[in-house]
Design a protein around this ligand. Structure first.
Ligand SMILES: [Zn+2]
Length: 416
């Protein structure tokens, strides 16, 4: 009857077909996908996903933020379901894999269990989270933020896009404001498969990354006030050059991140000289900066060291520097039992793996604040993502989906 669960593998061709088939919803000439959240293309892929899940025997429901839940019953319906999935929306010039792989692989897990006649102990719930990308409506990871009550639902529904259309109106326009109360759906845990969106796995030739941490982030807004004066007639020792001061800050951020590596990163992404002119010493500069690291203590240390260095630079150069922390997000630490299940699944399948840190944000970061959560990464070509050129090979996608399958069997119960 049923195949032994220990030898079970997903249907790699069927998974690949799902990815290619849905890529036509918003497909671009360059082979990417433009599927902004709650757009007509998003409705099309949601309809496809709903039909596919129902055909696979799942009951699909939608909550008030358009988050979709496809429930596959388990033997013991008193147990909470294990959530698996990701997101189906893309960037304006996005690829076929970011988010999509995680949803299609979760669907493929259900189809594989169906074909093998395996009923897991706990139910399984395939999820499609609304607006992970944050491109049409800010912030990113909006559906999962509402789900874990990181943001009030009323606040989210009122957010507008560039044309003034609210999230609520956009949900209504595509018929995806569902009746289920946001956050009412409970899980025992959550697993998400995703492309790495970075270069590490490819460079090391490894098929699987076990995501153990997500970066903590600190964002700064800064302003430097020096004194505008003639570049030709002002002696060097009398200058109050805001740009020279900024240059030191840029190097301080870079140096601090390097000193706290390998997982700490830091940069200045914006700098604007007020009233720039080639023969005026810059007197006023606004800039932004950031650090990211998976270690809260290191985030503290970077912040403290930068503040100290900025004070020293200001005093020595006789300029005023304001450095305001405008946002701080604590690092995410995924659940050791869940990461252990992923590593064990990869071992069982003979797939080499390494622990990895996620530099990008994911819905799983929100889920991790309420239930045991972890992520599986697979390589993508040249680490490129948020780009139409984003690419992953069929066998790389299949390897990730197989690890997801065996992690699901271990966590939901049903493995041999
Ligand atoms: Zn994504």
């Amino acid at each position: 009857m049923s195949a032994p669960a220990s030898n079970l593998t997903i249907d790699a061709d069927r998974l690949w077909s799902s990815i290619i088939e849905t890529a036509r919803f918003g497909g671009t000439e360059k082979g990417g996908v433009r599927r902004l959240t709650l757009s007509e293309e998003d409705r099309q892929v949601r309809d496809w996903f709903r039909a596919a899940c129902e055909a696979a025997g799942c009951t699909v429901s939608v909550d008030g933020l358009g988050n979709m839940f496809a429930l596959r019953p388990g033997k013991d319906m008193t147990k909470l379901p294990l959530g698996i999935g990701s997101h189906l929306d893309t960037q304006p010039t996005g690829g076929k894999f970011d988010g999509i792989l995680g949803v299609m692989a979760a669907l493929e897990v259900v189809r594989t269990l169906n074909d093998a006649g395996i009923e897991t102990e706990a139910p399984i719930c395939v999820c499609n989270w609304t607006n992970e990308e944050g491109s049409r409506f800010a912030p990113a990871m909006m559906g999962s933020a509402g789900y874990v009550a990181d943001l009030p639902v009323s606040d989210i529904l009122a957010r507008t896009d560039a044309e003034g259309i609210s999230v609520g109106a956009a949900l209504d326009a595509i018929g995806y404001r569902g009746p289920e109360e946001v956050g009412a759906r409970k899980f025992s845990g959550f697993l998400e498969l995703h492309i790495e969106q970075g270069p590490i796995l490819e460079a090391e030739g490894l098929p699987i990354g076990v995501v153990e941490h997500g970066q903590g982030i600190i964002w700064y807004d800064g302003r430097i006030s020096g004194f505008e004066s003639h570049t030709g007639s002002t002696p060097m020792h009398l200058r109050k050059d805001a740009l020279a001061a900024l240059s030191e800050i840029v190097l301080a951020i870079e140096g601090l991140a390097k000193a706290h590596g390998p997982n700490a990163v830091g940069s200045v992404g914006e700098a604007v000289i007020a009233r720039p002119s080639r023969n005026v010493i810059p007197g006023e500069i606004a800039f932004s900066g950031e650090f990211r690291t998976p270690d809260a203590a290191i985030l503290d240390a970077l912040d403290k060291a930068l503040q100290t260095q900025v004070k020293e630079i200001a005093a020595r150069r006789k300029v005023d520097i304001r450095l305001d922390t405008i946002w701080r997000k604590e690092p995410t630490h995924f659940d050791p039992a869940m990461t252990g299940a992923i590593a064990a699944a990869a071992d069982r399948l003979g797939l080499p793996h390494r622990p990895i840190v996620s530099g990008a944000g994911h819905d799983s970061f929100h889920l991790a604040t309420v239930v045991p959560t972890a992520m599986i990464f697979v390589p993508c070509k040249d680490g490129v993502s948020h780009n139409e050129l984003e690419s992953a090979k069929p066998e790389e996608c299949a390897a990730g989906a197989n690890v997801l399958l065996h992690a699901v069997l271990a966590v939901a119960g049903g493995g041999a």
